[in-house]
Write a protein that binds this ligand. Structure first.
Ligand code: FE
Length: 252
């Protein structure tokens, strides 16, 4: 049984927690899914809460760290069901504002979510918002893979939630959640990134942005964390990656 949660950062007032609840109906696909929670002074920010199938388990786990009514923001990196599928459930159980690319606001009604006043739409260049004594920065990650897509940087923990960037197709059956050896891990990154990510030019634009931030951990929505020197190794790898439209001849 995999360990379902891990505290990645805790300085007494600010915590960053990783959960790994999988949709068990998808067990054979080995696409493990990570959800994250930031808590500062009893106020929470939930990140990519995922599908409806994991809502009960995740909300129970989250409520051990912060009362659900104290969740102020729920960040959705993009529109996919494994990211945003539970928006309706979270809108009922919290009074949080949902932060998502402006491109996807109107699509949320297809998940049964109708109160658009609860959404804070992000313009393409992103935004920076104050959170307690620190800030959260929404970093453009468009076409990596979704056309309206953001990563989120937490200045207090120096953790960058990268969404699908850095996602690996691995089975998270054991307790370790970070990459041990980047060279060995590359094989789990390659297939996914080559097909799902837009192009090398887009990867470079994202890396250039991220290099201006002081990042200690890159935390993706699927697979393992990049810590320490693996942050640099991953960014260098992504900069050189040929993907998406770079391989157009293989697609058409
Ligand atoms: Fe996705």
């Amino acid at each position: 049984m995999a360990n379902k949660e891990k505290v990645l950062f805790d300085n007494g007032v600010h915590k960053f927690i990783m959960f790994s609840f999988d949709d068990e109906s998808q067990e054979d696909s080995y696409l493990s899914v990570n959800q994250y929670l930031i808590v500062q002074k009893n106020t929470g920010v939930l990140i990519d809460p995922g599908s409806e199938a994991i809502f009960d388990e995740l909300s129970e786990a989250v409520s051990k760290y912060v009362p659900l009514e104290n969740i102020k923001f729920i960040f959705l990196s993009h529109q996919d069901p494994d990211v945003s599928g539970s928006i309706t459930q979270w809108s009922v159980s919290t009074s949080a504002k949902f932060i998502i690319s402006a491109l996807w606001v109107r699509f949320m009604s297809h998940y049964g979510f109708l109160d658009m006043s609860r959404i804070m739409p992000l313009a393409d260049h992103g935004a920076k918002i104050n959170f307690g004594d620190n800030y959260l920065q929404f970093v453009p990650a468009h076409f990596l893979h979704s056309p309206g897509n953001f990563s989120m940087y937490d200045s207090a923990s120096k953790i960058l939630f990268s969404g699908d960037i850095g996602a690996a197709i691995v089975n998270m059956d054991d307790d370790y959640k970070h990459v041990q050896n980047f060279d060995e891990h590359k094989v789990y990154l390659e297939g996914f990134h080559k097909r799902y990510m837009g192009s090398n030019k887009l990867c470079r634009a994202w890396v250039n942005h991220v290099e201006k931030l002081d990042v200690e951990i890159i935390a993706p929505q699927h697979g393992l964390l990049f810590e320490g020197e693996n942050v640099r190794l991953f960014l260098d790898w992504l900069k050189e990656l040929e993907c998406g439209s770079d391989n157009i001849d293989a697609l058409y």
